[in-house]
Design a protein around this ligand. Sequence first.
Ligand SMILES: Cc1cc2nc3c(=O)[nH]c(=O)nc-3n(C[C@H](O)[C@H](O)[C@H](O)COP(=O)(O)OP(=O)(O)OC[C@H]3O[C@@H](n4cnc5c(N)ncnc54)[C@H](O)[C@@H]3O)c2cc1C
Ligand code: SF4
Ligand code: SF4
Length: 1012
Amino acid sequence: MAVALTPGLERRLKAEIAGEVLFDRFSRGRYATDASHYQVMPVGVVVPRDIASAERALALARQESVSVLPRGGGTSQCGQAVNASLILDCSKHLTRIVKLDIPGRRCVVEPGVVLDDLNRALKGHGLWFPVDISTSSRATIGGMAANNSCGARSLRYGTMRDNVISLDAVLADGSRAHFGPVSPDLSGLPVFSPLRRIARDLLRVGRREADEIEARYPKVQRRVGGYNLDAFVPGRNELNLAHILVGSEGTLAFSTQVELRLSPLLGRRVVGACHFGRFYEAMDAAQHLVRLGPIAVELVDRTMIALARDIAMFRPTLEEFVRGDPDALLLVEFAEDDHSENLRRLMRLHEVMGDLGFGWNNSGPKWGGVVEVLDPRLQAAITDVRTSGLNIMMSMREEGKPVSFVEDCAVPLEHLAEYTQRLTEIFARHGTRGTWYAHASVGCLHVRPILNLRLDKDVKAMRAIAEEAFAMVKAYKGSHSGEHGDGIVRSEFHEMMFGSRLVRAFEEVKDRFDPAGLFNPGRIVRAPKFDDRAVFRYGPDYRAQEIATVLDWSAFPGAGGGFQGAVEMCNNNGACRKSVGGVMCPSYMVTRNERDVTRGRANALRLAITGQLGPDALTSDAMAETLKLCVSCKGCRRECPTGVDMARMKIEVLAARARKNGLSLHDRMVGWLPRYAPYAARLSGLFNLRDRLPAAARLSEKLAGFSQRRSLPQWRPDRFRDSAPAAQAASAAEVVLLVDTFNRYFEPENVAAALAVLAGAGYRVHVATPADGSARALCCGRTFLAIGAVDEARREVARVLSAVAPFLARGVAVVGLEPSCILGFRDEVPAMIRSDDARRLAAHALTFEEFLAREAASGRLKLPLGPISRRALVHGHCHQKSFDAFDAVTAVLKLVPDLSVEPIESSCCGMAGSFGYDVDTIDVSFAMGELALLPAVRQAEPDTLIVADGTSCRHQIRDGTGREAVHVARVLARSMAASDAGDHHSAPMAATPVASIAESAIAPPIDLQTYR
Ligand SMILES: Cc1cc2nc3c(=O)[nH]c(=O)nc-3n(C[C@H](O)[C@H](O)[C@H](O)COP(=O)(O)OP(=O)(O)OC[C@H]3O[C@@H](n4cnc5c(N)ncnc54)[C@H](O)[C@@H]3O)c2cc1C
Ligand code: SF4
Ligand code: SF4
């Protein structure tokens, strides 16, 4: 099949199908990689709106002699989801649950349904689809079926092959067929139907190759390599034609519907965490432990334990269940319907470990025993630790990375110990190492040796390791492809594992289905060499151009002072494509476009800086479009397993574009706000007219791009003016309040409330003022960063540093009310300014709540709080979540007597600085709010307090729901007022009143009615 660009195909697709047709360089680049180390540019991409359009696209591709690659989440690790083909992306629109048969425990879904989405829909019915793979948040059923995916509990539930009842598919000639259970004599199939002819041919191959299949197919459960010819050998009671498509990696047909067998939800579980003094002993024990009938036995090795111990949030979990210094843990999970049976098996686990010679009083290899984990909360936390341990491993910043190519071999359990030991020795011989984890229950352990595939020597080492490893796996009668499929990585080795005769049979199957090579050619059969660098992501010509960067990227390798290395951290695992939960990635949650997800952006950046998207791609309009919907929420900074920090990268692109094109009026109005704010506040009546006169709103839209549908923040004549607090006891603990531009000019009552709270708690409060005595207030520089004016931002930060340096020298905390401003001192500022003061400020900058929570935890906080008998619904600013500062918000609110505090499970509010005001992003802004935040606020009882610390978040809540949200400072001030009134719960108060600190009165008692 030809793979050249075909304008004719693009034109016809655009004219004839419903859905997106993407043939531009950026779009194709975004689909050129999956989670493997390969990269192949597709011909184009179609995102069909419905199955009919997908079928039409297939027909057009066939007519134009262009091959087709069906694709789901693109999370494959072996290169089966990349090809020089027309990509059919099923993940956006082909997401219907077509049929749900609860009593029959089965459902029919379109191929783009994501596993977690399906399980969320099933949960209420007490059912789930139990192939629980690690990528469940973004892997699609179509991709899972085509890869014959397997979950951690495959011991009980098997692989996809065991759970797919039938598949509807479009064949290479455009005909449709239903692949499902049939009688072995094919009597149920119409006599002259094409499907009957295919079935007859498959049975003929099965019959002919029966002996070879018996001799060559590994007997382990985890065999996903090659085509499932074993399903067609004579003598099987059941014949299911779907088995030929399951595991066929899009090479035989396009699946349009998948019928799935569902299972009842798991009930109460118990986990026995088996400890071992030596890794080898753990591997040797696995075969004995599985005889107790667990549903999973998962391995965590010493390196993982150490990595997890290094992370503050996981340390407590490890402290709860890890005993001593184990070399390996096997987490043995029982989940029988009868809970007493689980407990009985747990007892047996103790006995078996004892019988194997393990004891807590032993030393050396036979040290060990079982720690029981019965608490579901701890069970879940342990699962998190295991997953995150892997993520940390993947987040190493060197050029060498853990590479997936021998990572899912499966061997019979009796050889597991010897196999792991010998493979470790092979790694060492080639100068590398690997960390082991995952599915000990089925002899399928994950391990990735660390290699730098830009280096010829490491590519050679990869081949040597693969050849030695697969030869060893074969000798153990294991499977070289035990979970992730064949793609490019494994297909070459089918000859070695299955023998020539079966590989010819695979080719015969491929040709029978797809004689012209329409579907995903060169995968499973006739594949390129797995170390052919021409199809590597980092091919022989891969080089980044030198780029002038404005931030410090020195923690990473490569061009642009390390910017290249930071961009390359994205390994395409797709975690940013989840549809609910957490913060990352709000723009994808709304649009479901590959362009608008962290991965798509990182790929575009990588291709741009390495010259693969044409000249000046980094500063191009297409790049601006790529980043347009990134709201710099910093969700990816925390939630991306490898820490891809798109918000920071976006600053580089904005800065580069600003250098090249200058700034627009819109940008200037956003960026320079702190500079013109004093004048605007003085002329507030005039400036605020924009929201009162429709013509003015229209004009602001036309001239500066501020949507007339959005209100602007109102300038306050009673802005906060820096003034010294009243004399305070010299012995009182000090704190600096750094007042941000937004609270100062738009909501000075928040500043007043914060000062009242801090002073009421007995602190000597310093309001940070310019060191040079200038009249213009301090500012963190955030608005300048938002437009890429980094030099201006630096200027602002330099003023702040001079102002707070004397306090920092004394170790005084610098506290702020606006999360994005104060947390910028821990994030962008050290990356902008490399000085001791900047580092010190990063160490001492705290949100208002972090400061109070820290003081409360240390027992120093003496805050006289009275009751507020209300429910408080709290929206966390995304930067608070990114910097683990949100727990402090709820902790502080919980200090208020009688206040019932409930966080909203939300992502970014969607306002995101100027994003929500822009005429071309306002719709996405509201859509982001509608994901969770705005509906939650609307559903809240009228007397529920809505709490949000971000200025933008409060604005979005007001515009989206008509309700007022308040800053935590005001809730605390109100609680203090209640304490004064009733003297409830008041702790001793070091009375240091703050006087004349603001033009506005200090913390006017909050009228809670106004929040209704
Ligand atoms: C970090 C990580 C962890 C993983 N953990 C697991 C795990 O626990 N278990 C596991 O089994 N795998 C795992 N994988 C591999 C991968 O996530 C799974 O194989 C997953 O099922 C792929 O789904 P997808 O939607 O991303 O498919 P894609 O990668 O998009 O596609 C996979 C294959 O399916 C084909 N395909 C997609 N849609 C269709 C269709 N409609 N018709 C015909 N063919 C189609 C494609 O052509 C391709 O060959 C992991 C991967 C990563 C990166
Ligand atoms: S950005 Fe992060 S989460 Fe998204 S694919 Fe890349 S590495 Fe994975
Ligand atoms: S900063 Fe937020 S919007 Fe931007 S890529 Fe990361 S998660 Fe997505």
